[in-house]
Design a protein around this ligand. Structure first.
Ligand code: NAD
Length: 388
C-alpha cells in the first residue's frame, strides 16, 4: 500500500513558514495533515479535475507544503495496518470524503494524540463518530452546500429513471432485443404523482424545486423543522408530522436527511409496510438509513417497484451486496450506482475550494462558518445532526 502513499514531508526543498512567523501563531507551525481519498487510477492521471483522488489530492499539496505542513495522502483506510490507523496517531488534521469514507471510529480516535480537526471534503460527516469526537474535543467540519445541487439533480434523475422504467429499457436495447410492451407495462409519467422527502434541507428542498415543473400532484415532507410558508408555497409542499402517514400517501419517497442515531435504519421493514404497494424509493443520503435486507425483500416482492441511489451501508460495497443485483418481479426497478452523485467535476471544484478555505481559517485561527460546523468545542453543533 505504501506505493500508493503519496507523501512528501517537511524535508522537501520548500522553506519553512516558521522562518517568518512568531512561535505563538498557530499558522506558523508545520503540522501533519492526513488525507484519505480513493485512488483514481488512469482516469485521475488523465483528468486533473478529479480532485478528490490520491493522485490529485484536492490540488492543495503545493499550498500546504509552501507553509511547511506535511501532507500524507493515501487510500488505505481499513484495519490496524492501514495508513489511516498508522498516521492518525500523530496527525493534527484528517481530511476524508464521504465517497471513500475513512471511518473515524471511537477506537481510532482514541489512538489520535494530536488530532484537532476532522474535515469532510464534501457533505455528510456520519463516517466520524461525532459523539467520540465531541468528547475528545476534536472539531468536525464539512463543506456545506458544496454538492447539494449535484445530488438534487441526481435524485430527480433517479426518480425519473424508476418511474419511467428506464434501466431495463436500455438493457433490452444493449441485448439486441425490442419488445416495447415488456417495458411499457411498468412505465408511468411523473405528472400527477405524490412525492415525499424525508428531510427538506438543502438537498431535499432543491429536489422539490426541480420537481415542481413536472406538475406532480403534491409534495410532502417530513423534517424536524417546518419550512417558511413562502418556501412551502413555492414548491407546493406540505409538512406531515408522522412519517408513516407521509409514506402511506406517496408514490415516490426520497431520503435527504443525514445519517445519525435518529435516522439509522429509519426505513426498515416496519416502515416499508406503510408504503403504498408499488411505490418507488430513492436514497442518495446514506445507505444505512435504509435497512439493506428489508429494502431488497420489498423490491423482490414487488411491494416497492423500484429503489435507486448511490449510497451503501459499507463503501466500497462488497461484490455480493444484495442492492447490486436486486430486482422487482418484472426484472427491473434497480437504479443503484457507486457513490458519485455529489462528486461531479463541478462539485469537486467546490469542495476542494471549500476544504482549502476551512484549512486557511484553521491555520490563521479564524472563526469557521457556522453552517460548515458539525462538532465544535466538545459539542454537536449542527441541528441537522440533532443539536438542540
Ligand atoms: P441539510 O442539513 O441541509 O438538510 C438535512 C435535513 O434533514 C435538515 O432539514 C434536517 O432537519 C433534516 N433531518 C435531520 N434528521 C432528520 C430526521 N430524523 N427526520 C427528518 N428530517 C431530518 O443537509 P443536506 O445538504 O440537504 O444533505 C443531507 C444529507 O445528504 C447529508 O447529510 C449527506 O448524508 C447526504 N449527501 C449525500 C451526497 C452524495 O453524494 N450522495 C452528497 C451530499 C450530501
Amino acid at each position: 500500500m505504501l506505493s500508493r502513499l503519496a507523501t512528501r514531508s517537511l524535508a522537501s526543498s520548500r522553506p519553512l513558514a516558521r522562518s517568518f512567523a512568531t512561535p505563538q501563531q498557530s499558522w506558523s507551525r508545520g503540522m501533519k495533515i492526513l488525507a484519505i481519498f480513493y485512488s483514481g487510477g488512469e482516469a485521475a492521471k488523465q483528468e486533473p479535475r478529479l480532485l478528490g483522488t490520491t493522485e490529485n489530492q484536492l490540488g492543495i499539496r503545493d499550498w500546504l507544503e509552501s507553509q511547511g505542513h506535511e501532507y500524507i495522502v493515501s487510500e488505505s483506510k481499513e484495519g490496524p495496518n492501514s495508513d489511516l490507523a498508522k498516521h492518525i496517531v500523530d496527525a493534527e488534521v484528517v481530511i476524508t470524503t464521504p465517497f471513500h469514507p475513512g471511518y473515524l471510529t471511537r477506537d481510532l480516535l482514541n489512538t489520535a494524540k494530536n488530532l484537532k480537526l476532522c474535515l469532510t471534503a464534501g457533505v455528510g460527516s456520519d463516517h466520524v463518530d461525532l459523539i467520540a469526537a465531541s468528547e475528545k474535543n476534536i472539531d468536525v467540519l464539512e463543506v456545506t452546500g458544496s454538492n447539494v445541487t449535484s445530488v438534487a439533480e441526481h435524485v430527480v434523475m433517479n426518480i425519473l429513471l424508476l418511474v419511467r422504467n428506464f434501466v431495463p429499457a436500455h438493457e433490452m436495447i444493449e441485448r439486441g432485443d425490442w419488445q416495447v410492451s415488456d417495458i411499457a407495462r411498468a412505465a408511468f409519467d411523473l405528472e400527477g404523482k405524490t412525492v415525499g422527502t424525508i428531510g427538506a434541507g438543502r438537498i431535499g428542498y432543491r429536489v422539490l424545486e426541480r420537481l415542481t415543473p413536472f406538475d406532480t400532484k403534491e409534495h410532502l415532507y417530513y423534517d424536524f423543522a417546518s419550512l417558511p410558508a413562502e418556501a412551502e408555497k413555492k414548491v407546493r409542499a406540505r409538512r406531515v408530522a408522522d412519517l408513516k402517514d407521509m409514506v402511506s400517501q406517496c408514490d415516490v419517497v426520497t431520503v435527504n436527511a443525514p445519517l445519525h442515531e435518529g435516522t439509522r435504519g429509519l426505513v426498515n421493514a416496519d416502515l416499508l409496510k406503510h408504503f403504498k404497494k408499488g411505490a418507488y424509493l430513492v436514497n442518495t443520503a446514506r445507505g444505512a438509513i435504509c435497512d439493506r435486507d428489508a429494502v431488497a425483500a420489498a423490491l423482490k416482492s414487488g411491494h416497492l417497484s423500484g429503489y435507486a441511489g448511490d449510497v451503501w451501508n459499507v463503501q466500497p460495497a462488497p461484490k455480493d451486496h444484495p442492492w447490486r443485483t436486486m430486482k422487482n418481479p418484472l426484472g427491473g426497478g434497480n437504479g443503484m450506482t457507486p457513490h458519485y452523485s455529489g462528486t461531479t467535476l463541478d462539485a469537486q471544484a467546490r469542495y476542494a475550494a471549500g476544504t482549502k478555505a476551512i484549512l486557511e481559517n484553521y491555520f490563521k485561527g479564524k472563526a469557521q462558518k457556522p453552517e460548515d460546523t458539525i462538532v465544535k468545542d466538545g459539542k454537536i453543533f449542527s441541528k441537522a445532526y440533532g443539536a438542540k
